[in-house]
Every structure is written in C-alpha cells, then in structure tokens.
Design a protein around this ligand. Structure first.
Ligand SMILES: [Zn+2]
Length: 496
C-alpha cells in the first residue's frame, strides 16, 4: 500500500485520527471523510539535522531514512554554524561557517569577507545546492536553519559584533552573543537571509537566538545558569547606548544597578543570605534600580526589532517564503523569560514559531534552573518546594524534585506548552510547530527517550493544536527506533 493510501485509509477508519485531522483543518471544521484527505493541508513534519549526514555520498539514503522512518517532509539543516554538534564535525577538525556559498553582493554593509563566512570543511560542497534537488525529488522541503553560536566563532571579524558588558568588556560566549543593535551583526544577518532567499530554492528560514537580557543572565535564570558570570551582564556597546538614550533610558543608572546586582548574586553564591531574605533583597534592587528591568526589556525589544527586520527583508524578496523562530527551552523553566516571550506580539513578524519542548531533558534542565536561581532570587525556598511552586506558576503536573531528572517531563507538558502557544496566537496565521525532542543528550541517570515516550510526545503536540512538528534536536542524535516511533505516531494520526 502506498503511504498516501495508508493515510487515507487510516483517516477514514480511526475516530482519533479524524479528530487529529480536524485539528489541522481548524477546530470546528465539519467532518467530511470522503473529501477530507485531499483537501487537508499537509502538516509540516520537519527534522533538524547536522550538516555531516547531508554532506557525503549517503545523502540520498539519509533523506530516504528521514522520510520513510520518520515520516519527515521537510529537512532543516544547521546551514551556518561553528559548532561540533550542529556540523557533525569533530571539534579539533572543525572550522565551520556557511555551508552554502556566501554571495558577496548581499554582505556589502558588513566587515566579513568570503573566507570569513564560508565553511571550508567540505571543500567545494554547497550544502543547499546539493540538498534541495534531492529533497525536491522526494517531495521534501528544505528550510535554512540558522542558530546563533554559543561561542564566538574563531574568526577575527566576529569580535566587534559581540556585546559589551557593564564593566566595558567585550563578551565571548553564551549567555551573551552578538549584539542585536550592532549594525555589523544586523547587516550580516539581513544579508544572510536575503542571500538564502535569492540564491536558493529554499522553502523557508528558521532563525534562533537562545538568549535573554542582562538582568536575567546576571541572576543565572536559565538551565546551566549557575555558571553565569554576573559581571558580564550586557549590552553596553556604543549602539545600545545610543539607541537607549534616544528612548530616554538611563544607561548610567542601569550600570550602577548591575554593579549592585553582581554583588547580590556573588554573595548568594557564597551562601550569604541577605538579612531580609533573597526575594526581598531582589525586589528592593528592582525598586532602587528600575533601570535593570528597563534594560532587560530594551534587550528583548531590540531582538524583536531585529526579527521584524529579518521578516521584512525576506518578504521583500519573496512574500510567500516563510520565516519563523526557534524558541529557547528556557521559556519552559523560567517564569522571568516566559514573561518577556509572549507569543501573541510575535504575530506581527512571524510565519511560524518552534517552541523547544524536549521532554526527556526537561527534568534535568528545570533542576538546573532551580540550582542556579536557588542561590539568589529563589533562595528562600528549599529546591523541592520551589519546584512545586514553579509547576503551579508554569502550569505543569510533573514529577517531584527527587524524581524529575530520571522521569523527565511527560507528554502532558508537551501538550500544555503547545496549547499555550496555540491559544496565544489564536486568530493569527502563525503556525505552531513544536520541537519534539528525540534522544536529546543528557547526563547519566537522566531520562532517555523511548519509542513510547516519543509517540506520546508527538501525539501530545497535535492534541495541543500544533499544525506541524519539528523532530529535534538533531538527526545524528536520534536512535532509529525512536525516529521510527515518531513516524508511526504520525501515520496513526494521519499527519504529514
Ligand atoms: Zn549592544
């Protein structure tokens, strides 16, 4: 039986499947089984992948595997990166950059040369020119997937793009990164999306920036945040200072506030509880220096401005070409970051959003968030109780503190977070394509994906109202049986 016929048959026979098909059509669409499969919009089933599997002679086999095993109809290669996992190249051999060809007419207002941008790792390979026709032959789409590097790339010309901390030092890595207001970075990114849109028959672009502003970085409010340097809150570069001044913000007061915040965080990490407690001391800081919150909001609005400009640039080339955003997993753990990442306002400059909803590593990650913020703003509450409070604040029903790393988060989390995005974007044309995690690497003793958990997560995404899905976070990390479980769940749902 052809796969398409199988889906039709499944759609006609399974009540649960019809419900899923209705979700794709719109909640209240009448059920019309005979005509439905042909008219039903095809849900995007994407897969994020490192460059390596696409760069060699196995490309046809790899695309076949994605399609046949995982039910994938769109491939999202990490097309521009300097990262071991995202390239699939060992760190000691990796240079990275643009694995497609930079066309220099789009980078006139940058400081980059061809060699600064071009990834030399695979010689003459032009990743997009190679992948797109092979994908098209199989009825698959190709999205250019651009994720900011976590470390400053080993190319001198990246240095002046990076944020300046409040002590006046250039930053080098996450949680900082290139500055949203730096014209060299903006022009580079605008040129990059225009280059991909004009030079290649891509089907869309996804961009991601796994960052937030200086206030939340300083208190380490993200998974892994206990390692953050509270002295590196940013950005105080000349471009931010000018834009902030034009908006009436007081950079000097913000700088002073960050100095006090640094002392507060360092004291907390040294176990010195403020006399009135961590929460009171934090709120007192915010009252004395409201510029801290203003600087955080300024950072996020500046990134929104950049996203809106990227959207406009892509639409100026091809109004039908979709562009959307990867949403950092921190939205799942930090009520602070969630507050600044409302979905509804994104509708003005988005065709789709891809919230990261990796369940297997989420338990480990939320514990890491508590381990960090538990040394300052949440330091008054024992970690196990704090997790319970966070579940209420974030609307989860997940395992208790001592079990959650081994248990991971459930499919219920995937459904709730999908629905939250769908509800916030209701009435807009923005698609919600959750990133469902398959074998995201975790520490020993932490929850591992299984075929059953992957199936449950895929079902949960569509039950939450998703109109597509991104199998994540990287094809090269996925066990075949778990990718197959995603494919099986999609077939059962009649999706794809
Ligand atoms: Zn800046």
């Amino acid at each position: 039986m052809e796969r398409r016929d199988f889906i039709k048959t499944a759609a006609l026979t399974a009540g649960a499947t019809l419900a899923a098909v209705d979700l794709l059509r719109g909640q209240n669409a009448p059920t019309a089984p005979a005509a439905a499969p042909a008219k039903r919009p095809v849900a995007l089933v994407g897969i994020a992948t490192a460059v390596a599997p696409l760069a060699g002679p196995d490309l046809p086999k790899v695309l076949d595997d994605m399609q046949q095993r995982g039910g994938v109809n769109a491939v999202f290669p990490f097309v521009y990166n300097h990262n071991q996992d995202r390239s699939g190249i060992a760190a000691d051999r990796l240079r990275g950059g643009n694995f497609a060809i930079p066309h220099l007419q789009y980078y006139k207002d940058t400081n980059f040369t061809y060699d600064d941008m071009r990834a030399p790792d695979y010689g003459e390979l032009d990743l997009l020119a190679t992948v797109i026709p092979q994908a098209q032959r199989r009825g698959m789409k190709t999205y250019a997937w651009i994720l900011e590097d976590n470390q400053r790339p080993p190319v001198a010309h990246w240095e002046p793009l990076y944020e300046i901390d409040f002590h006046g030092r250039r930053t080098t890595r996450h949680p900082s990164g290139p500055c949203n207001n730096n014209p060299l970075y903006r022009n580079y990114l605008l040129g990059l999306v225009e280059d991909y849109a004009r030079s290649y028959a891509i089907d869309g672009i996804m961009w991601g920036s796994e960052r937030q502003g200086g206030l939340f970085n300083a208190i380490g409010a993200y998974h892994g945040g206990a390692r953050s340097d509270p002295g590196q809150a940013a950005c105080f570069c000349e471009f931010c200072l000018k834009k902030a001044k034009d908006q009436g913000l007081d950079a000097e007061r913000a700088r002073q506030g960050f100095g006090e915040l640094e002392k507060y965080v360092r004291a907390g990490r040294a176990g010195q509880r403020p006399r009135d407690g961590y929460a009171v001391a934090f709120w007192r800081l915010l009252l004395n220096y409201p510029e801290l919150a203003a600087w955080e909001n300024f950072w996020v609005r500046s990134r929104n401005d950049l996203q809106a400009d990227l959207y406009k640039r892509v639409k100026s080339v091809n109004p039908a070409l979709p562009i959307g955003w990867h949403i950092w997993h921190n939205v799942s753990f930090s009520p602070f970051h969630r507050a600044e990442m409302a979905y509804a306002p994104m509708a003005a400059y988005s065709d789709f959003v891809r919230p990261v909803l990796y369940s297997n590593c989420a338990g480990e990650r939320i514990k890491s968030f508590i381990a960090s913020t538990g040394q300052n703003v949440f330091g008054d509450t024992p970690p196990d109780e704090m997790l319970r409070v966070l579940y209420e604040q974030l609307n989860y029903q997940e395992a208790p503190y001592d079990q959650v790393a081994a248990a991971g988060f459930s499919a219920d989390y995937v459904q709730r977070e999908t629905k939250r995005a769908v509800d916030d974007l209701a009435g807009t044309s923005v698609q919600v394509w959750p990133g469902v995690g398959i074998d995201v690497p975790v520490a020993a003793g932490t929850n591992q994906s299984t075929p059953a958990s992957v199936k449950a997560d895929v079902r949960a995404a569509f039950a939450g109202g998703a109109t597509g899905i991104l199998l994540s976070r990287n094809y090269i990390e996925m066990k075949p049986e778990n990718l197959a479980a995603a494919g099986a769940a999609l077939r059962e749902l009649g999706v794809g």
